[in-house]
Design a protein around this ligand. Sequence first.
Ligand code: GCU
Length: 604
Amino acid sequence: MKAKLCTSFAFLFICQMFLYAQSESTVLVDVDHRQSVSLNGDWHTIVDPYATGLYTFHHEVRKDGYYLNGAAEPGSDNLVEYDFAKSPTLKVPGDWNTQSPQLFYYEGLVWYQRDFDYQPQAHRRTFLHIGAANYKAMIWINGQHVCDHEGGFTAFDCEATQQLHAGKNFIVVAVDATRQADGVPTATTDWFNYGGLTRDVALVEVADSFIDDYDLHLNHERTEVGGWVHVQDASPGATITVAIPEANLSVTAQLDSSGNGLIRIPATGLQLWSPGQPKLYHILLSAGEDKLEDEVGFRTVETDGQNILLNGKPIFLRGISIHAEAPFRGGRANNDKDVETLLGWAHELGCNYVRLAHYPHDQRMTRATDRLGILVWSEIPVYWAEHFADPAVLKKAEQQLSEEIRRDRNKASIVLWSIANETPNTPERTLFLKTLAGDVRKLDSTRLVTAALLVRTEGHTKVIDDSLGEALDVIGANEYIGWYEQGPQGADTTEWKVAYNKPLIISEFGGDAKAGLHGPETQRWTEEYQASIFKHQLPMLNRIPQLRGMSPWILMDFRSPRRQLPGIEDGFNRKGLISDQGEKKKAFFVLQKAYKEGTIGKGE
Ligand code: GCU
């Protein structure tokens, strides 16, 4: 099989990645409640910047690639130039950058391998679940190709029933973190490109025919829980039962020829989910041999003119933006402690809402926001200068969108799907994003579509009239008065003009401060300067009639290779209200006071 020659090595792996028999990955809904065998732990790794494990020196796909997990037999003279068993290990889940100083800035191909014992069960199918692999992944089990995936922040599941056998098995995953101009995100971002198997990996077992997706939500009138359940490979005439034992509710529906069952349950007596009362119901779904349990809250969210209505009542979103970075130890956040610390700080700040930037976070985060009653803005990484004219890029964004929505569509806390951040107002971009907005509504018509727009300036007036606003339910806008433009006082004389009669969320504002650096309010990088930005921003924001929420940038300092000021940034974006080591800066208390005293926000 002759490989198409690619220009640079870096992209070698990517271009030819799909030469193997393409097998689709899917997303199993509610997978964290499924019976599973964790594959987390220490995996052997080989760092392979030249993709030697996959290609010959003539760029031919190797027939004896590292995916075979070969090793030189003692005494044999066959030439094998790798041996996973003797290679160093890395922890999974985890990015490789913060686990090994040599790999800190590494953005290329790393091979992961581990052995595991497994006993396939009769009438059971097995999927390999990967919570996230940044950026591209190719997977083999026992030397046989299982699937490929592109996108570093969404979960995917690949059927591996055929490749697994009883007893000793091995898995090999090639992960390539090379940034790509035609990727999603594109090559330039303001966050650290952590590579690797960054979230949980497990083998998940299901019945021969199984529930792979479902949607349960309260109707607009809040009188009925409706939705559907999809059963993969359902036998004709099969049924699905959905029960809410605590509310003594249960319904059985016939599946249609494509395995879909429509669900309608009267909502009488159901307690609604809200930040003040994050009521979750234990749900049981059963289709033949397959059983699934979940924790689901019921609420409605909609807009009414300039208001956001939660369960029919106006609400103001007092929020903060968060990157999925681990407090204290750094690297990608991927465990309960990370989530607890980040959301604990947001709670302490007085938030009822968080913007999870700029990509879907670990499912632990959205499970926790469901439990804690914190509303969520969830986003796919269509960020800055994407290749909007390239249909292949739209396809990648659509894939990530459907993966994001499939994983989290039953999370009551998620109220906003954001399709983009700070993208240039060009016709290609607007067409691209209007298509995505349409995709969101097809995939999930129960939530609000938004995006973080850039703002125009006319003298002392900030104007939001980006044509994408037409396609959004809620307008998001980022502004940096006091940091990238003007001084903090600039906010005092700034007026706002919004071209849409829709709710507005200021999705970002703020400025940098080095924790512990003190000085006059006029001195950049000091805590006093950052606090001054907030002191001037809050009254300005309160003057915007349709402001219905805000998520200042950002909860915690985070790594970004774009931030290199020695002694201050040192590789970190310092706009956090808290440092990466947990030090609360003065601005934290300015915002906390406004949120706790309710001096910011209208419409409630
Ligand atoms: C932008 C962008 C963020 C970035 C921030 C900053 O608005 O959305 O990702 O980190 O500004 O410059 O600090």
